[in-house]
Design a protein around this ligand. Structure first.
Ligand SMILES: *[C@@H]1O[C@H](CO)[C@@H](O)[C@H](O)[C@H]1NC(C)=O
Ligand SMILES: *[C@@H]1O[C@H](CO)[C@@H](O)[C@H](O)[C@H]1NC(C)=O
Ligand SMILES: *[C@@H]1O[C@H](CO)[C@@H](O)[C@H](O)[C@H]1NC(C)=O
Ligand SMILES: *[C@@H]1O[C@H](CO)[C@@H](O)[C@H](O)[C@H]1NC(C)=O
Ligand SMILES: *[C@@H]1O[C@H](CO)[C@@H](O)[C@H](O)[C@H]1NC(C)=O
Ligand SMILES: *[C@@H]1O[C@H](CO)[C@@H](O)[C@H](O)[C@H]1NC(C)=O
Ligand SMILES: *[C@@H]1O[C@H](CO)[C@@H](O)[C@H](O)[C@H]1NC(C)=O
Ligand SMILES: *[C@@H]1O[C@H](CO)[C@@H](O)[C@H](O)[C@H]1NC(C)=O
Ligand SMILES: *[C@@H]1O[C@H](CO)[C@@H](O)[C@H](O)[C@H]1NC(C)=O
Ligand SMILES: *[C@@H]1O[C@H](CO)[C@@H](O)[C@H](O)[C@H]1NC(C)=O
Ligand SMILES: *[C@@H]1O[C@H](CO)[C@@H](O)[C@H](O)[C@H]1NC(C)=O
Length: 852
């Protein structure tokens, strides 16, 4: 490396310097605490005899031995390499446990043997630190500060298959990373000046830095070796090479010159660490003073002994393109001795590259782990290692880094990336148990995708909608001619969501108590009335933090007690579900009972179905389905709420609100018993509810149960199917009640005649039938015949799967003149039922439009 470049007048000096009274003060950790030493592809864990380093295999990361190669010819003590040969991935990582904020040295050894022309990048975290070219055996070493409880060491493919033989992780001396901006220091060289023997490392160096002897020391150099090893280093916090390294040095009466022409091209920044120990015990301060030049620039004048210690470290930074000329020259002839140097290190500075936003990484890792549980051998999933976005996104993932940090925008699991094994969602998956349909609009357009979306408000929600597999099964079943959606692998196409860290944090925030003044400010003195509901009037407002809210003010005539209201508040503040409108806060000042909810920008389902909004844009069938499913999940949660089943009592389309992403949220639960009724006497036995939705059994027996909500939900389903109001006395007499009107058509399988004309041609018959059947059992006059909400959720999920996915297949059938997707024959079974009548619409007039 430096051959022929040493240029000085040389004089061999006898090198015994006696009587140095030096003692090492720096305390070194003994043993291999924090060491991780991996021999890739090894069969056994071994302990190296000389260094005593314990090597483990890499089976915890890559158990497979098929990609192991023996390195031939081999002149190294370890002669295997793991070769990452797969057309799928572009990056392979070792995920190493680290302690956050601790400094580490990491070293990869790449033995190429006879591997053909290969080129790959080595990354620490996501920061690239160097290319490995298979024309040479190489080591890549860096010092970095861990930013997490694990750090990835990755190989990123450029040409051919990346490979690795050894990987070592060591806690590092923290004094290396003293830069202002976080960086990785990549080792270029670490030279034990004056050493003509073998390299020095652990156990001599507790940090296991490897100090290399000078490759070809000039015979004419002044080599110095100390015979005594007691060295006092007055400042223990300084970087200190092992004593064996300091024991050798080179000196010269005039100048020492270290020249290199093998640094990287391109103007990299470097840190240069220079280590000096005064070897001549008789030398006093002021006798050996020399200047240090880097690339012809004088950087420092050094008198090793000036601060009273025999040992000095000098750290310099420089920027260089290929060449380094490090020269030490005696400052003037006035000084007795020339320069002396014991060791130096050249470290290339790589600014630390920020990985993908941690909350997103955590979520996508969970998704990956869940998928992997049931798809152990899926090659695509196996190729998902390291950072999901950098330097290149995982196969099937899309990322956006335009704002300076990377976020995941989409996860696309279309079948063409799963050429070998198509993955299935494990049925035990925690993903399947998570509720929520928000954002499903995005996925309904592209059924074959996992869509990861960021929901506004800072909370990140991951939406997972996997379509591929369903299609696969569906085809098989259709081919066998016994299609039954019941047997479909559920969970394959449902929309999943897992809340991110952010969301969990949001959820733990409890409801706020507002002052009357807050409320008045927010609503600008109740300026905008947006509804008149059972509870009272509803006003739009904006909180000081900018959040839009709906403020419900209870009418002054109400008689319900404040204490009961308080108890209810306490309970309701713990009811939180994605498909329920959350209670943000309340105000109880001056006997006022005021509730504050987030404002739902897309209004109510009622508006969307036949209000003003419907005139602008018809709600399509898949969206109707996902709204129904969302609302059903919200109600299921209420009915099964721990400790007490909460019955809504007023399920209706105007109480199903839609947020900005058309996610359905059930409103007005919990307080419905506070709703004043006409002629309210405060009696709690009074039947409550809204005409058209009212459970006839509850109406006649006054016995309330969760099944009353089920009845009302059935009416909502009929509204979704038909686009008609539950009660409309402006229609012909036999059409006043939606339920009574629809039933005969359903019984006679004449669905087409009740389906909303606005969605004709836009639905899949099978999915429609399922909803119709669910609606029909929900409106069973006898509550015992009605299903419970969780059964309904399952049915709706099935229907959504069919709608989202089967359509792809049906289209292909259609295209070669096959069946008409809207006319699948399907007999329906109606349980024999007596027929008590709906409460007559004449008894109770339609309620005024309900607010949110
Ligand atoms: C080196 O240090 C040890 C203990 O610090 C001391 O006992 C020993 O005498 C020292 N050796 C010399 C040559 O000073
Ligand atoms: C090697 O390590 C083992 C345990 O890790 C220890 O017991 C032994 O003393 C060490 N040997 C040497 C020479 O350091
Ligand atoms: C090797 O060591 C690792 C880590 O200490 C351990 O997980 C693994 O089981 C060991 N393997 C063998 C073959 O002993
Ligand atoms: C790898 O090294 C060889 C030999 O030094 C050189 O010929 C080749 O161009 C290098 N490959 C790349 C891609 O830099
Ligand atoms: C020891 O090192 C610290 C930090 O490098 C420095 O601030 C301090 O002055 C040094 N003390 C001595 C005695 O050199
Ligand atoms: C050490 O320094 C003394 C004077 O301080 C000098 O006489 C002696 O020659 C030096 N020894 C070597 C080996 O340079
Ligand atoms: C190295 O730098 C020194 C000091 O600037 C200079 O005298 C010398 O000529 C340089 N050597 C080479 C080979 O450029
Ligand atoms: C040395 O480091 C400082 C601070 O990081 C920086 O401002 C300066 O540009 C660097 N000098 C060189 C020659 O790179
Ligand atoms: C690395 O391991 C940690 C726990 O040891 C885990 O939390 C993290 O997700 C893993 N990262 C990758 C990239 O596998
Ligand atoms: C990436 O995000 C920015 C906003 O952060 C947006 O403007 C840009 O269009 C996005 N790019 C892509 C390709 O989605
Ligand atoms: C998913 O990826 C496939 C190819 O990998 C592509 O054809 C399809 O358009 C992508 N879908 C989406 C929604 O990005």
């Amino acid at each position: 490396m430096m051959e022929g470049l040493h240029n000085w007048n040389s004089r061999l000096v006898s090198c015994c310097i006696l009587c140095l009274f030096l003692a090492i003060q720096a305390t070194y950790a003994q043993g291999q605490e924090g060491f991780l030493s991996i021999q890739c592809c090894a069969d056994l864990n071994v302990t190296e005899p000389y260094t005593n380093i314990s090597w483990t295999t890499d089976a915890n990361w890559y158990p497979d031995h098929r990609n192991c190669q023996d390195i031939t010819p081999s002149d190294t003590e370890y002669d295997k390499a793991r070769v990452f040969g797969s057309h799928l991935g572009s990056k392979w990582c070792y995920n190493l446990t680290t302690s956050k904020d601790q400094d580490y040295l990491i070293r990869g050894t790449f033995l190429s043997g006879s591997l053909p022309g290969t080129l790959f990048n080595v990354l620490i975290g996501v920061t690239p630190v160097g290319l490995v070219n298979s024309s040479d055996d190489t080591e890549v070493e860096g010092v970095f500060k861990a930013t997490n409880d694990y750090t990835d060491f990755c190989l990123s493919k450029e040409k051919g298959d990346p490979y690795i033989s050894k990987l070592e992780l060591r806690p590092s001396n923290p004094d290396y990373l003293k830069r202002e901006t976080s960086s990785i220091l990549k080792l270029i060289d670490r030279v034990d000046v004056g050493n003509t023997g073998s390299e020095i490392r652990y156990p001599h160096d507790p940090y296991d830095r490897i100090w290399k002897p000078e490759p070809k020391p000039d015979q004419t150099d002044d080599l110095r070796t100390l015979s005594h090893t007691n060295i006092t280093v007055s400042n223990g916090s300084m970087i200190l090479p092992p004593i064996q390294v300091l024991q050798t040095a080179r000196t010269h009466p005039e100048r020492l010159e270290f020249l290199r022409n093998d640094l990287d091209t391109g103007y990299y920044e470097y840190d240069l660490y220079l280590y000096f120990l005064e070897h001549n015990d008789s030398v006093q301060a002021g006798q050996r003073v020399f200047d240090i030049y880097v690339n012809d620039e004088k950087r420092q004048e050094l008198d090793i002994l000036a601060d009273g210690s025999r040992y000095s470290v000098v750290v310099l930074n420089f920027t260089a393109h290929r060449l380094l000329n490090l020269t030490m020259i005696k400052t003037s002839n006035g000084y007795q001795f020339g320069p002396i140097c014991s060791a130096y290190e050249i470290l290339q500075v790589h600014p630390w590259v920020q990985g993908t936003v941690q909350a997103e990484v955590d979520v996508v890792m969970d998704v990956r782990d869940e998928l992997l549980k049931a798809n152990q051998n899926n090659k695509v999933l196996r190729s998902w290692s390291g950072d999901p976005c950098l330097p290149r996104p995982w196969h099937g993932l899309s990322c956006n880094s335009s704002s300076g940090f990377s976020v995941i925008t989409q996860l696309n699991m279309s079948n063409n990336i799963f050429t070998d094994t198509i993955p299935a969602f494990p049925s035990s998956s925690t993903l399947t148990s998570v509720n929520g349909l928000c954002g499903s609009q995005g996925s309904s357009g592209s059924a074959q995708g996992i869509v990861i979306g960021t929901i506004a408000g800072g909370s990140v929600l991951v939406m997972v909608a996997v379509g591929i597999y369903f299609l696969f099964f569906y085809k098989k079943k259709m081919a066998k001619g016994k299609f039954s959606a019941k047997g479909l692998p559920m969970a394959k196409n449902a929309v999943y969501s897992i809340p991110s860290m952010d969301e969990i944090v949001l959820k733990s925030i409890s409801i706020r108590a507002f002052t009357l003044e807050n409320i008045e400010t927010a609503t600008q003195q109740y300026k905008t009335l947006i509804g008149e509901g059972g509870f009272g009037s509803v006003y739009r407002g904006t909180l000081t933090d900018g959040q839009d809210v709906a403020v419900k003010v209870r009418s002054a005539t109400s008689t319900q007690g404040t204490r009961e209201f308080d108890n209810e508040l306490n309970l309701l503040s713990t009811i939180q579900h994605e498909n329920l409108v959350p209670l943000l806060g309340y105000c109880c000042e001056n006997d006022q009972q005021i509730l504050v909810y987030p404002y739902m920008s897309n209004g109510s389902l009622q508006d969307r179905l036949y209000g003003e909004a419907a005139k602008r844009k018809t709600l399509d069938w898949p969206t109707r389905l996902s709204i129904a499913l969302g609302a059903a999940r919200g109600l299921t949660y209420l009915h099964t709420f721990s400790g007490r089943s909460v019955i809504h009592r007023d399920v209706k389309s105007s109480n199903i609100l839609l947020d900005h992403s058309m996610c359905a949220k059930v409103a007005d639960f919990g307080f419905s018993k506070y709703a004043p009724q006409e002629g309210d006497s405060g009696a709690s036995l009074e039947v409550r509810g809204t005409a058209g939705y009212l459970d006839p059994e509850y109406y006649s027996t006054q016995h309330l149960s969760a099944k009353s909500d089920v009845f009302s939900f059935g009416v909502v389903l009929l509204e979704l199917i038909s686009g008609r109001e539950p009660l409309n006395i402006h229609r012909p007499r036999n059409e006043w009640s939606l339920v009574e009107w629809a039933k005969p058509y359903i019984r006679n399988s004449r669905i087409d005649e009740i389906v909303d004309p606005g969605i004709k041609g836009g639905y899949h018959a099978e999915a429609m039938w399922r909803i119709v059947e669910v609606a029909l059992v929900c409106i069973e006059p006898f509550s015992a015949y009605r299903p419970c909400m969780s059964d309904i959720v399952r049915e709706l999920e099935d229907a959504l799967i069919i709608e989202n996915n089967a359509s792809e297949y049906m289209k292909s059938i259609d295209s070669f003149g096959g069946s008409n997707r809207f006319s699948i024959e399907r007999p329906i079974v109606i349980p024999p039922t007596p027929t008590p009548t709906e409460p007559s619409p004449i008894i109770s007039q339609p309620a005024p439009p309900q607010p949110r």
